[in-house]
Design a protein around this ligand. Structure first.
Ligand code: C2E
Ligand code: MG
Ligand code: MG
Ligand code: MG
Length: 278
């Protein structure tokens, strides 16, 4: 029986899988094996400039198809990985997979825009994180300008110099840094101006109730403007949300309105239309 030490994710896990008698420790073991066998996959969700309708990048999202239980959402397996000390190997597996994919696209002459990878704050306590990124870029002969990392606002609550130094070092090799789920973390806004980041990613909870939250969205956009940061909105599902975001000064968007996360070959087809030379 799964241990009841509930984050919301575990409650979800308990509810949805109780009848299948999924055991948390069994799942943890299966996840460890999946990481060792490189059998998680990556989906890519394109990001768009809503003025030009051009693809500006994509977010890499981890997918796990369990041999018996089918697709398990990251909202379930990421917290398990974080608890079981598996998040660093999991993310390094995802990073390598993305890099291999970028090499394949490069060889096929796709001009791929930047790809973002979600990084848990736990990964920043692994001393060699920046070195790992630098080494992997070299190994695959890729430039940092192809990569962005998304870290959640918890990074601002910690206020740790060592984390900020790592962000700065990543940016020095061309990697962009975005703050994911921005606005949900009750973080210290004064610290934001000291933090080495490129972009704020407005959380989808504000976007999905955009009319009620227009003041919040507008505040985040003007804060980003004042701090010379870029801004993107996630979870955009309707045209009216796009119109509102545009009118509030947020052009970059990501969400089901444009596209769900796609297997690499389907994302490739979209790029084919847009980026392939000739
Ligand atoms: P996130 O980074 O905030 O990613 C956005 C999530 O919203 C994704 O869910 C995406 O599929 C979903 N989404 C995109 N557009 C829409 C929309 O229009 N409406 C709605 N309702 N949802 C939309 P997903 O793929 O289930 O991932 C959930 C979370 O799991 C991610 O949230 C991220 O925090 C985490 N995650 C996924 N892959 C990784 C990873 O490799 N490492 C880490 N640390 N976390 C990951
Ligand atoms: Mg993200
Ligand atoms: Mg997000
Ligand atoms: Mg989110």
């Amino acid at each position: 029986k799964a241990k009841e030490n509930g984050t919301n994710n575990f409650q979800f896990f308990d509810e949805s899988m109780a009848d299948q008698d999924v055991n948390k420790f069994e799942l943890e073991n299966d996840l460890r094996n999946a990481i060792n066998n490189d059998s998680l996959t990556v989906f890519y969700q394109p990001k768009y400039n809503s003025n030009t309708n051009e693809i500006t990048g994509a977010e890499a999202l981890a997918r796990w198809k369990h041999p018996r239980h089918g697709m398990i959402p990251p909202g379930v397996f990421i917290p398990i990985a974080e608890e079981a000390n598996l998040i660093v190997p999991l993310e390094r597996m995802i990073i390598r997979q993305v890099f291999r994919q970028l090499v394949a696209w490069k060889e096929q002459k796709y001009e791929v825009p930047r790809t973002s990878i979600n990084i848990s704050i736990i990964h920043f306590y692994q001393e060699d994180f920046v070195k790992f990124m630098q080494k992997s870029l070299n190994e695959y002969d890729l430039v940092g300008e192809l990569i962005e990392i998304e870290v959640t606002e918890s990074i601002m609550i910690k206020k740790e110099d060592s984390i900020n130094e790592q962000l700065q070092a990543l940016r020095e090799i061309g990697i962009e840094v975005s703050i994911d789920d921005f606005g949900t973390g009750y973080s210290s806004l004064s610290y934001l101006s000291k933090l080495s980041v490129d972009r704020l990613k407005i959380d989808q909870s504000f976007v999905s109730h955009s009319q009620e939250n227009r003041e919040i969205i507008s505040t985040i956009v003007s804060m980003a403007t004042n701090l010379k940061l870029k801004v993107i909105a996630e979870g955009v599902e309707t045209e009216s949300q796009i119109d509102l975001l545009k009118s509030l000064g947020c052009q970059e968007v990501q969400g089901y309105y444009y596209s769900p996360p796609l297997p690499s070959n389907e994302y490739e087809t979209m790029m084919n239309r847009e980026f392939l030379a000739n």
